[in-house]
Design a protein around this ligand. Structure first.
Ligand SMILES: [Zn+2]
Ligand SMILES: [Zn+2]
Length: 465
């Protein structure tokens, strides 16, 4: 776009208006009612076929979703995930041409704990979301975001499906357990609120929310035996994510964050089956099918355009897309050309987002220059209590030690994070505000690698033995 001159025909295609009487490009008999992609005019029936086919083709082409596989569908109430849910319900119904054959469960994550601009906790909206999930007839559940940081997580994640809700006897037996769970959750709610208020910028808060949401989804899937998680990210959203990822130093993870399948988690795959849909196609689909969506505010609702990097990128992409309809697909196609090398080993992944660590770079990198200058300008230092110190350690040095993790130094926390997550954690007033659960995991990992280093000299070299 930097060399656009008068009469230049190689520039981006501009939007065309639909003229009255224009015929559908597929059947050529019906009148077109909408234009999708750059300039394809469709009638209602042909658009439906086109959209359904696109969804089925995306799932079919990948050959990743097997028959009878348990798939957790992440539902937010928003237009894209409502569209995804409708496509899945249609695809699984008896009347579908070639029936989909996986077993879905629906999960809604209640993020109201960290939203400050929400009136009355969004009770009415959340009730409507539950009704909509129930109307599909598939098992569904609501999880609270604070469960992502709740200790002894596994105990309170049994699947709350339709059948178990009906059995009230079972509920009374478990009432004491339930009270304990609620107690834990209330504590986690306070903890998560203080975590978010300790993060200074809205960009970092949004990033933290995205990480925690993803961690919780994966945890629910893991505990309940789901092997896939489906999210309703449409192409427009992914294009925004791609650009904001790059702006936030997550360039190394762009491919994972926007591809059809995300394989960063060992046992569970994240899939994005409507990634080829634009937000316009989603809106068209929803309006033609009468699909209802529920509005819940986000962290950036009612804030100005430049309040966070993600919010600004969204305004940029959607603004460009309005005049140049190929914007999103161009961004996505460019993103598809990027890839990340996969590495193995427990220390090769970021402790927060699970993506491969991108911080293992040479001494002459931009990263080490940044680290060096922050080292020089640092004035405050964190407390030092590493395990292995004979007065505080209670374990055998195998990582089983339960010494409280408060003593983890900021530098140590940062050392197990990728560049993007480092930026987010650096934005916090004090890394000790990180959830205990996360700090425990981090200090476990630090002790493991310290132990490994300590005994390194006594290990047989696998190459020579
Ligand atoms: Zn047609
Ligand atoms: Zn990370």
């Amino acid at each position: 776009m930097c060399s656009v001159q008068d009469g230049d025909t190689g520039g981006p295609l501009q939007k065309e208006k639909i003229s009255p009487g224009r015929k559908c490009m597929k059947c050529r008999t019906e009148n077109a009612i909408l234009i999708t992609r750059v300039n394809d005019a469709f009638c209602k029936a042909c658009f439906m076929v086109y959209v359904t086919h696109k969804f089925r083709a995306t799932i079919g082409k990948s050959k990743l979703v097997r028959d009878g596989e348990k798939v957790l569908v992440a539902y937010s109430g928003g237009p894209s995930s409502s569209c995804l849910l409708h496509l899945i319900t249609e695809g699984l119904s008896q009347r579908a041409h070639k029936k989909l054959r996986f077993i879905p469960g629906i999960v809604f994550i209640d993020e109201t704990a960290v939203l400050v601009n929400l009136e009355e906790d969004g009770v009415a909206e959340k009730d409507r979301i539950s009704e909509l999930m129930a109307s599909t007839g598939y098992p569904y559940q609501t999880r609270r975001l604070e469960e992502a940081i709740c200790l002894d997580q596994g105990q309170h994640l049994p699947e709350a499906d339709l059948s178990s809700l009906a059995e009230s006897d079972q509920a009374s037996v478990q009432s004491t357990d339930l009270a304990k769970q609620n107690d834990n959750l209330d504590r986690a709610r306070i903890e998560i609120k203080s975590l978010f208020s300790s993060i200074k910028s809205l960009t970092a808060r949004e990033d933290m929310l995205n990480r925690l949401r993803q961690r919780l989804l994966m945890e629910v899937a893991q505990v309940q035996g789901y092997s896939k998680v489906m999210t309703g990210h449409c192409g427009t959203r992914l294009a925004v994510n791609l650009l904001s990822d790059i702006s936030q130093g997550r360039g190394a993870h762009v491919a994972m964050d926007t591809a059809f399948s995300d394989t960063r988690y060992p046992n569970i795959m994240l899939v994005r089956p409507i990634r080829d849909f634009s937000s316009k196609e989603v809106a068209m689909y929803n309006s033609l099918h009468g699909v209802e969506s529920v509005f819940l505010p986000t962290l950036t609702t009612k804030t100005h355009e430049g309040s966070s990097i993600e919010h600004l990128t969204e305004a940029f992409v959607t603004g460009l897309q309005t005049d140049y309809p190929s914007t999103v697909s161009n961004i996505m196609r460019t993103g598809e050309k990027l890839s990340t090398e996969k590495r193995d080993g427990e220390n090769s992944h970021c402790a927060l987002c699970e993506a491969p660590l991108d911080t293992d770079v040479g001494a002459c990198s931009a990263l080490s220059a940044v680290e060096f200058s922050s080292l020089i300008s640092r004035t405050r230092k964190g407390k030092v209590t590493t395990c292995g110190d004979s007065t505080t350690c209670c374990g055998e040095g195998d990582g089983s030690c339960h010494t409280k993790s408060e003593g983890v130094k900021k530098e140590e926390v940062l050392s197990v994070l990728c560049y993007g997550c480092r930026m987010t954690v650096k934005d916090m007033v004090e890394p000790a505000a990180l959830p205990d659960k996360l700090l425990t995991q981090i200090s476990y990992r630090l002790r493991r690698s310290k132990m490994k280093n300590d005994i390194q000299d006594f290990l047989l070299d696998p190459e020579n033995s």
